[in-house]
Design a protein around this ligand. Structure first.
Ligand code: IMP
Length: 437
């Protein structure tokens, strides 16, 4: 197996960065295929914390890193991130950016922020980083792609058109001053000069890498429940964090994808608004938040926390064809009794095992929990399934039974060494995914 897609199975922040970091060791190329600066991957290496936004976590292993066409790309923030990584001694020369990725401009951020403020309590709770408006421009065919930055005449024409629309919107809808064309052109032409060495046709690069038998890891951002189509619409992001998004966002065909690994936390968290059936607003939720350090990497917002939801995991397995699960943050649950996992929901007096498709139904759904005794022994030192206390093993087995997906990796702490594999995720076969679906 040479291509593996890694997807978040919940509402993002499942610890995909850490899993990618571990798997990067046996990968040759790591690709981001959707989202943008809204992603925040925190990876701890040797006690040092790296907060990555746009650069794939493979950078920490010196692997080839690709920012695919499906990403919305913020050049200013990228250059800051690269400078910081270089300052900390990492080789950034192997980062490649797709010439077809769409570019985020300051007006996208302002429209995002003002739009959210105006919605008041009906807001989505976005990261306010311009992601939605940048994807809106892409779909409206008014967006500007990375490759356009290197064609001065064309870039000027496209930016002038896009800016007229954006300024009209800002001034008329929000009463906010607009942006100046010449200033933006100067700023982005400056970025273009510095970006040039990184920009390439990543579709060709990736397909040639696969032809050559190199291992490619697709690093999803956000999670299934934030997918534009398969998440809790409208409380979603504007891209496709599910497995299909990896193909769209990279130019690698579905027939070339060998496996899909889902990443889940041993509990659930959500930032932003929208329904969350297993949310805990009590002391247990607070304990999980504190122990799990559940504060947003991109925004610093406290995350909403709750029990694991197997209805969500099954939905994710269905839409992404998961062959295995990486289960993170098992250590966070030590000492909590009993532990609960939502096995199904009760909705208007009926039991359902499937995720309700409408957001108002999901908001009314009441979880039906399966309880597990939990454990008190520390798990941080465990390096295999067998070394886990019995209560933790039972919990992992319950996750497998209720989700229908084998747990192939487990993590018991933030450090690289605290993640161990029960099976090589690159060896999961399509058959596993088919059997489980
Ligand atoms: P946007 O992606 O900034 O438009 O935000 C849309 C929704 O996705 C909001 O609920 C955000 O909190 C959520 N979101 C976006 N990126 C992440 C992430 O990396 N982790 C968790 N939630 C995210």
């Amino acid at each position: 197996m040479s291509t593996l897609v890694l997807v978040g199975t919940q509402w993002g922040d499942e610890g995909k960065g850490k899993v990618t970091d571990v798997l990067s060791e046996s990968a040759d190329v790591v690709v981001r295929y959707q989202g943008g600066t809204n992603a925040g991957h925190t990876v701890v290496v040797g006690g040092e914390r790296f907060a990555l936004r746009q650069v794939p976590s493979g950078i920490l292993h010196g692997k080839d890193c690709v920012i695919g066409n499906g990403v919305v790309f913020d050049p200013g923030r990228f250059l800051e991130e690269i400078a910081e990584l270089a300052r900390r001694g990492l080789d950034v020369s192997r980062v490649r950016i797709s010439d077809a990725a769409h570019v985020i401009f300051p007006y996208h951020l302002r429209i995002d922020q003002m739009g959210e403020d105006r919605l008041g309590p009906a807001r989505i709770g976005t990261t306010r980083l311009g992601i939605g408006p940048a994807y809106m421009d892409k779909v409206a065919r008014t967006g500007i792609r990375v490759g356009d930055l290197f064609r001065p005449e064309y870039f000027r024409r496209r930016l002038a058109q896009a800016l007229t629309r954006a300024n009209e919107r800002l001034e008329r809808e929000f009463g906010s001053p607009g942006f100046h064309l010449e200033q933006l052109l100067a700023e982005y032409e400056g970025y273009a000069r510095r970006l040039e060495p990184f920009v390439t046709d990543t579709v060709a690069f990736l397909n040639e890498a696969i032809d050559a038998g190199r291992r490619v890891l697709f690093e999803g951002a956000q999670g299934t429940m934030l997918d534009l189509d398969h998440g809790t619409y409208p409380y979603v992001t504007s891209s496709y964090p599910t497995a299909g998004g990896a193909c769209l966002g990279s130019g690698v065909a579905p027939t070339r994808i060998d496996g899909v690994l889902g990443v889940a936390k041993a509990y659930t968290s959500r930032v932003g608004d929208g329904p969350f059936p297993t949310e805990l607003t009590d002391e247990t939720g607070e304990t999980i938040r504190e122990r799990g350090r559940e504060y947003g990497t991109a925004t610093g917002r406290p995350r909403r926390c709750g029990w694991l939801d197997a209805v969500v995991l099954r939905h994710s397995a269905l839409v992404s064809g998961l062959g295995g699960l990486a289960l993170n943050h098992l250590d966070t649950l030590t000492g909590l009794h009993p532990l609960k996992i939502a096995a199904a929901y009760e909705l208007d007096g009926r039991v359902t095992e499937r995720l309700p498709r409408q957001v108002d139904d999901l908001a009314r759904a009441r979880p039906i929990y399966e309880e597990l005794p939990g454990w008190d022994e520390p798990v941080e030192e465990a390096r295999s399934f067998e070394e886990l206390p019995e209560g933790a093993r039972r919990y992992v087995e319950a996750v497998e039974r209720l989700s229908g997906v084998p747990v192939v990796m487990i993590s018991v702490g933030p450090e690289r060494e605290q993640t161990f594999a029960r099976r090589d995720p690159f060896q999961m076969t399509r058959e596993t995914a088919r059997r489980k679906a």
